[in-house]
Ligand binder design. Structure first.
Ligand SMILES: Cc1cc2nc3c(=O)[nH]c(=O)nc-3n(C[C@H](O)[C@H](O)[C@H](O)COP(=O)(O)OP(=O)(O)OC[C@H]3O[C@@H](n4cnc5c(N)ncnc54)[C@H](O)[C@@H]3O)c2cc1C
Length: 257
């Protein structure tokens, strides 16, 4: 088994939340995401990697307001760096040695804010970094026996819950994993006659994947997507090809045509 004490130098250890209090950053986010961050819709639909960032920085702008108490002028952005062993492209430091303002500066640089405005915008925002030295430990390779079963064999009053307990088929790094293991523990130990909700078996089922394509693109059908003319031709050909088949039925069911 790999020791939990071992943290590779190039690893994800820093995550940060920035609250911008004015809209100077908005045009730069809009340019990348093609979305108005204040529209109330998902903006980045998950993390976006900045591939030429030394830190392999990522950003996520979720549906705003992100927090119930967030004010209308505030914009909450989540950032992180996956390589913590290299200096940034703008801030000449490793991400783990940076203050919140510096992490925000690196983000502003990568989204294209002119350098003479970076410091001022970063200082007007509130960036809170979080150091998570063991965050990727959820993903460590494991085999049967490394992690305890939710209810160990023979246990009548002790259970393990959360992402480090072992349960069938579930995927770690999810709140669902923690909730499901807690349900499993309570129902089993207290003999509650209720089933734990099934793990959503999406990875090998094309239907939820196509449905995600529809919802992540703001409920647009394939031909409503902002495609280039050659891409549109490919989609039209594909649709012609699947006409009358089960695939056409599935695409219709998932509202893609
Ligand atoms: C940056 C990041 C992004 C994530 N994104 C997602 C996502 O998009 N979707 C998703 O589903 N999941 C996501 N996750 C994973 C998800 O947040 C966790 O799996 C989930 O919160 C775990 O919940 P938990 O209640 O089991 O444990 P935790 O939320 O870790 O709660 C454990 C609690 O126990 C406390 N504690 C620890 N030791 C002691 C002690 N000795 N005494 C008393 N208290 C103690 C801790 O302070 C903590 O409050 C993300 C995690 C991170 C870090």
């Amino acid at each position: 088994m790999v020791s939990l004490r071992y943290i590779p130098a190039a690893n994800w250890v820093i995550s940060a939340t920035t609250t911008f209090t004015d809209d100077r950053v908005v045009p730069y986010i809009e340019r990348i995401t093609k979305k108005d961050p204040h529209s109330g819709q998902l903006v980045t639909s998950g993390p976006v990697s900045i591939r030429d960032s030394n830190w392999l920085m990522g950003l996520t702008v979720s549906r705003q307001p992100h927090f119930a108490q967030q004010k209308p002028n505030e914009l909450v952005v989540w950032t992180y760096g996956l390589f913590s062993d290299l200096p940034g492209n703008y801030v000449q430091k490793k991400i783990a040695d940076c203050s919140g303002i510096e992490i925000c500066e690196e983000f502003l640089y990568h989204v294209g804010v002119p350098e003479d405005q970076i410091e001022d915008i970063a200082r007007s925002a509130n960036t809170i970094p979080a150091h998570m030295p063991y965050i990727t430990s959820y993903f460590m390779p494991r085999q049967a026996g490394d992690r305890p079963l939710v209810v160990p064999a023979g246990s009548t009053n002790l259970a393990f819950i959360g992402n480090f307990a072992e349960t069938k088929r579930d995927t770690v790094f999810t709140t669902e994993f923690s909730v499901r293991t807690a349900m499993e523990a309570v129902y089993q130990l207290l003999d509650v006659d209720r089933g734990v909700p099934e793990v959503f078996d999406s990875s090998f089922d094309i239907r939820p994947i196509l449905s995600s394509v529809y919802y992540l693109n703001d409920e647009k059908s394939l031909l409503e997507l902002p495609l280039t003319p050659p891409e549109k031709i490919v989609v039209q050909r594909l649709l012609k090809h699947v006409k009358g088949t089960y695939l056409e039925e599935i695409l219709k069911d998932q509202k893609l045509i």
